[in-house]
Ligand binder design. Sequence first.
Ligand SMILES: Nc1ncnc2c1ncn2[C@@H]1O[C@H](COP(=O)(O)OP(=O)(O)OP(=O)(O)O)[C@@H](O)[C@H]1O
Length: 289
Amino acid sequence: MIEICHLTKDYGNHRGVFDMSFQIHKGEILGILGPNGSGKTTIIRHLMGFIKPDQGTVQIQGKDCFQEAAFIQQNVGYLPGEIAFMDDMTGMNFIHLIAKLKGIHDLSYAHWLINFLELNAQGQIKRMSKGMKQKIGLVIALMHDPAILILDEPTSGLDPLMQMKFIELMKKAKQQGKTVFMSSHIFEEIENVCDRVVIIKEGQVVTIEDMEQLKHHRYKHYEIQFHSLLEMEKFMYQHPDAKRHQQTVSLLVKGSPDQLIKELSSYTIDDFNVQPQSLEEIFLQYYGE
Ligand SMILES: Nc1ncnc2c1ncn2[C@@H]1O[C@H](COP(=O)(O)OP(=O)(O)OP(=O)(O)O)[C@@H](O)[C@H]1O
């Protein structure tokens, strides 16, 4: 559905996007994670046909995004990172204006979204909070029920309840077979919504991970409280990498817990806790800091 092939946009001083390639399949939700200035918005602007690659190609449904920008912009549901509003208009008038420009006649889904997002769109945009403006952006991006969605930090400014509602919307989009590309700084959102995640750094792809595999293969934190100091010391001798605090040992284990559990069966354990490594921890591992 979407293909980025050796995309380079060099803004000088190592800023921009360099030789980036990845694809997004039909019905897939792909997330992009990266620190500030790593190139997420630059990729999205190429996809929407606003800027021309220095090198490489960017295509949606086989169409070159820059050459066929009008088609792309008409058909893709787009939420920009920073939305340029007409501040003196009311939210509702602005939604109607964009609908008119896009040739959308049926506003029933827009009204459903306004209700679902609990948006009061009657007031002037300049008097609206950041969250309310973001909701208007979401209504505009989704109101024509497009097959492809490109969302730049969709829940920026939304409160936790609305973030959950957004996740619901994305799950619905997935059921309907829509293709979604979204940038985010919120790990929970990526974890709950995305099928795969592209992790980028300084304009380059660090890794592309399948979320299911990532969940399956991630490390787990084990916390084991031994009944006696002697037993704890015996265990520590076998696991010099583990950390100890009084009679409790914590260690990281990748994959199946089978071997650890078998080993622990020869000890007396007072307490045992396990927690999967969070996406945040995995993400930070890639950055080494
Ligand atoms: N038009 C431009 N001219 C010069 N440099 C630019 C331009 N657009 C982006 N850059 C630079 O390219 C790099 C990538 O910017 P981009 O906005 O894509 O990052 P981002 O990952 O979206 O960041 P954030 O998380 O802060 O939104 C940054 O160093 C930025 O300063």
